[in-house]
Design a protein around this ligand. Structure first.
Ligand SMILES: [Zn+2]
Length: 102
């Protein structure tokens, strides 16, 4: 998993690639177990910190809540690939830099 450690004053936050997988559209539908990291947010299988992939703490501004989902490895792989493909299709920076479709 890619780890990005921002540098500079006051930036102690560590991000992993899994924290970049979008969840916003499904947050209103998540159960308490899915919000608390006890069940995968996509397939609802039981997960733990040891068996699942930490998706990172996320703030739901509209609900004024913080969730910390943990997903199963299978769903994380599928959703990460989907996010990558979607980003590749829509990223303006990659196209402008010649990194888009050839
Ligand atoms: Zn799953």
């Amino acid at each position: 998993m890619t780890t990005v450690t921002p540098t500079g004053r006051g930036m102690a936050r560590i991000l992993t690639a899994a924290t970049l997988i979008p969840l916003a559209s499904m947050c209103p539908l998540l159960t308490d177990a899915q919000r608390d990291g006890r069940a995968c947010p996509w397939c609802d299988v039981s997960v733990t910190a040891e068996t699942g992939i930490d998706l990172g703490e996320r703030t739901l501004h509209r609900a004024a809540a913080i969730i910390h989902p943990v997903a199963c490895q299978s769903c994380t792989s599928r959703e990460a690939l989907d996010a990558y493909v979607t980003h590749h299709r829509t990223c303006v920076k990659g196209t402008a830099a010649g990194l888009g479709d050839t």
